[in-house]
Design a protein around this ligand. Sequence first.
Ligand SMILES: [Zn+2]
Length: 437
Amino acid sequence: MSVLLIEDVTLMTMDRGGRIIPKGAVLADSGEITYVGPAAELPQELSGDVTRIAGRGRVALPGLINAHTHAAMTLFRGYADDLPLQEWLETKIFPIEARLTAEDVYWGTLLACIEMIRSGTTTFADMYFFMDEAARAVEESGIRASLSIGMGSLDGKGDEKLARSAEFCEKWHGAAGGRITTMLGPHAPYTCSRSFLSKVAQRAADLGVGVHIHISETEREVSDSRKQFRMSPVKFVEAGGILQVPVLAAHCVAVSDEDIDILADYKVKVAHNPGSNMKLASGVAPVPKMIESGIKVGLGTDGAASNNNLDMIEEMRLAALLHKVSLRESTAMPARTCLEMATIDGAICLGLEDSIGSIEVGKRADIILMDFDAPHLSPTSTVDLSSHIVYSSCGADVSTVIIDGRVVMDERKIVGIDEEEIMLEVDKRALRLVAGG
Ligand SMILES: [Zn+2]
């Protein structure tokens, strides 16, 4: 693999020291970062096959990490809006999902991958069905992903699904040159029995993978759980033994102080989805309180049917604004915190902090360049760049995307993929699904 050099760029490393390097350079060899620092101090003259990326007027950031989504749901974007969660799920989403084919999931995921790349996301955590096809889309698009098959056990087929999921993990964990990792995906406490959760925990430990699960998305889920099991969903999953393995818990909207203590004790990672939670009127997750309790919180878009896009820059802004207005506290969730959630903390949520989440020597080169040469991002020399990114920019400001050392978008052109074909194919498939075919 060739050497990649980004020159003369403003570097936001998101490393522990929060280093920002004004005229910086990044060097990567075979996808691994070998130099981060001032351009003037680049270690040696480079020879041979070097891909040079001009960084003037650009800000380089670690690629954004979408910690919770259902990528193929791009097929249902805009199909069922402005409905209550349960009605949305039961009358619209579940029936249309029942008609999905493996090929639909492939095309829907591929569309999601290019949408995410275009808006600066280089890694996503996905939970859905037909995940072999999703993995194929990830492999072809060049993006990085942590994939899990969504499983419920209330239909009596839990064991079968778990065996299939374990097979999926064995097949795909570490595939696509390490870009694909896997988790087990028990859907939620209300779709999985306690004994099934115990089996999932055991299998995850055996496989050495984490667990991706929805927990406490709504007040209704919590009151149903209290009625049926006399405990909160958090206590229910604890009783099932799931918290013994690394857990990525999506939502955690309706969590009590006691629940937060449990999540913190077990070092559960939380994926916060402000856009989806607002659109489905699920409520406001107590994110500032969770962060204060030491819980690592990442950011996710959730599926495109409840957001309705996969733009992580917008999601950062929503997170900042939602908690400020909900707490009537303008200092809540500063821009920098939101940026950490979308980068390094997202990497921690996926258990990938040793390889991604910041621009540091030894990590994989997942780097995005944002075009700051724009009226809505001026002036630049007087401000904290985090503010501009979170409050003023949008996904379309991302100009170049590098994943694992490979340029997958060059000056807003997706490399090696026919976007037109994908959009046409998804349109055709969405039409068939909506028509009931
Ligand atoms: Zn979800």
